[in-house]
Design a protein around this ligand. Structure first.
Ligand SMILES: Cc1cc2nc3c(=O)[nH]c(=O)nc-3n(C[C@H](O)[C@H](O)[C@H](O)COP(=O)(O)OP(=O)(O)OC[C@H]3O[C@@H](n4cnc5c(N)ncnc54)[C@H](O)[C@@H]3O)c2cc1C
Length: 389
C-alpha cells in the first residue's frame, strides 16, 4: 500500500463495493479462502439497509426457488453466532399471516400442500377460534383465518454486521468508509482497477454489493443495465412494554406488520403505495398515522403506547422480487453482482455470499443459485415471487 498526495494506492485480489451485510459477508468468505480483499463504502459500515431493517427471517416464500434457497439460507443465518463469535440474538416466535378473504386463505392452503409440506416446512392453518385462543390480544373482526409458520424468526442485525466486520478485519480485509466508488478501470475486456477519490485499488475482480444503489452504479460505471430499483420503506419502534405480542404478525390485507423485540419494544410498519426512488431518508405523517391506526385496530391494547423512534431505508427491488447473483459473459471479465434482494436481503445475504464466492473461486454454479443468475432478464425466465413483505 502506498500513499502519495493523499491518494492511497494498493492491490487486492478482489474489491467489494458496499459494506452492508452482503458486501461484508462476501469480503469475509473471499478472505477466508486466502484472497486479499478491499471493501469500499460511500458511507459507514452497515449504514445502508442492513441496520435499518426489521430483523426478521422466514423460510416461507411463494415459489420453489426462493423457498429452497430460504431453507438453506436460514440454516446458515442461525449458525452465525457460532461462526462469527457475536450473539445474533436469534429467536423463533414464528410468522402469523392473517387473512380476511377466502381466496387468500385458499392460496396459502395450496402453497402449504404443494410446496411447504413437501419441503418439510408445513404451516399451521388456524380458524378464527384457534386464532383467538392462541393469540387473544388480536382483534379478529373481519379475519377469517390465519397461517402460522413456527419455523420463522428474528435476529439482531447490529451484532451480525459487527461479527462479519470484525472477522473480516481479523483476516486482513481493508475496509474504506466514506469512500464512494467513482470508477472501474477496464482494459482488454477485464477489470483492472476500482477507485474512489481517495483510494485506488488494482484488482482483477469486483463484486457489486451496493444494495439499492447497485442498479444505478453498474449502469453509470459500466453501462450494465440491471433492473434493481430503490423503494423507500418506513419503519418504527415503540417504548418497551411487558411481553404481549408473541409472534410476528402480517396482515395481508392492510399490509401491516408488527412484532415485539426481546427488550419489549413493538416494532413494525405498514406498507403504503409509493416510495419509489431515492427519496430522502425520513418519515411521513401519513405513514405514521396509518401505522398507528391499523396497529391499534388490530391490537387494541397498544392504544396508549408511545412511539420512540421512526426511520426509513431502501428496499432493492427487482421485477420478480428475487435477488440477482453471478455475472453475464457479456460483462467485462471479473465483474460480479450480488444484490436485488427485494426486502429479504439480510436473511439471504450470508448464504448467498457463500455461494457467490464458491462460484467466483471454483466456477461452481450451485443448483440453488442457478435460478438467480442475471440471464433470467434476457431469457424472460423470471421467478414468480408474490410473498413479499
Ligand atoms: C424497512 C426495512 C425492513 C426490512 N426488513 C427486513 C427483514 O426483516 N429481514 C430481511 O432479511 N431483510 C429486511 N430488509 C431488507 C434488508 O435490509 C436488505 O435487503 C439488506 O440489508 C441488503 O443488504 P446490502 O448489503 O445488499 O445493502 P446495504 O445494507 O444497503 O449496503 C449497501 C452499501 O453500499 C454502499 N454504496 C452504495 N453506493 C456505493 C458506492 N458508489 N461506493 C461505495 N459504496 C456504495 C452504501 O453506502 C451501503 O452501505 C428490510 C429493509 C428495509 C428498508
Amino acid at each position: 500500500m502506498s500513499e502519495g498526495r493523499g491518494l492511497i494506492s494498493l492491490s487486492a485480489d478482489a474489491v467489494v463495493v458496499g459494506a452492508g451485510i452482503v458486501g461484508l459477508a462476501v469480503a469475509y468468505y473471499l478472505a477466508r479462502r486466502g484472497l486479499s480483499v478491499v471493501v469500499f463504502d460511500k458511507g459507514y459500515v452497515g449504514g445502508g439497509s442492513s441496520t435499518r431493517n426489521a430483523g426478521r427471517y422466514r423460510v416461507h416464500f411463494g415459489n420453489r426457488e426462493n423457498t429452497e434457497f430460504a431453507i438453506r439460507a436460514i440454516r446458515k443465518l442461525e449458525s452465525l453466532s457460532n461462526e462469527l463469535g457475536w450473539n445474533g440474538i436469534f429467536e423463533r416466535p414464528g410468522y402469523l399471516w392473517l387473512t380476511r378473504r377466502k381466496e387468500v386463505l385458499e392460496s396459502y392452503e395450496r402453497l402449504n400442500e404443494q410446496l411447504w409440506k413437501p419441503l418439510g416446512i408445513p404451516v399451521q392453518i388456524l380458524t378464527t377460534d384457534e386464532l383467538k385462543d392462541r393469540f387473544p390480544y388480536i382483534n379478529t373482526k373481519g379475519i377469517i383465518g390465519a397461517v402460522f409458520g413456527p419455523q420463522d424468526g428474528a435476529f439482531h442485525h447490529d451484532y451480525i454486521i459487527m461479527g462479519y466486520y470484525t472477522k473480516a478485519l481479523d483476516l486482513g480485509v481493508k475496509i474504506f468508509e466514506f469512500s464512494e466508488v467513482k470508477n472501474v478501470g477496464i482494459e482488454s475486456g477485464r477489470v483492472v482497477s476500482v477507485s474512489s477519490s481517495g483510494v485506488f485499488a488494482r484488482t482483477r475482480n469486483v463484486v457489486f454489493a451496493a444494495g439499492a444503489w447497485t442498479g444505478e452504479l453498474m449502469r453509470e460505471l459500466l453501462g450494465i443495465d440491471l433492473p434493481i430499483r430503490p423503494v423507500r420503506r418506513e419503519i418504527g419502534i415503540t417504548e418497551p412494554v411487558r411481553p404481549l405480542i408473541n409472534t410476528y404478525i402480517i396482515d395481508a390485507e392492510t399490509n401491516l406488520y408488527i412484532g415485539q423485540t426481546m427488550r419489549g419494544e413493538i416494532l413494525g410498519s405498514i406498507e403504503l403505495e409509493g416510495g419509489e426512488g431515492f427519496l430522502p431518508y425520513g418519515n411521513t405523517l401519513s405513514w405514521l398515522t396509518a401505522w398507528a391506526r391499523e396497529a391499534v385496530k388490530l391490537i387494541p391494547s397498544l392504544r396508549n403506547i408511545r412511539v420512540m423512534r421512526i426511520w426509513s431505508g431502501y428496499y432493492e427491488m427487482t421485477p420478480d422480487h428475487s435477488h440477482i447473483m453471478g455475472r453475464l459473459d457479456t460483462w467485462p471479465e471479473g465483474v460480479y453482482v450480488l444484490s436485488g434482494f427485494s426486502g429479504h436481503g439480510f436473511m439471504f445475504g450470508p448464504y448467498a455470499a457463500e455461494l457467490l464466492v464458491k462460484y467466483m473461486l471454483d466456477g461452481v454454479v450451485d443448483p440453488l443459485m442457478k435460478p438467480f443468475l442475471p440471464d433470467r432478464f434476457i431469457t424472460g425466465n423470471l421467478i414468480k415471487e408474490l410473498l413479499v413483505i
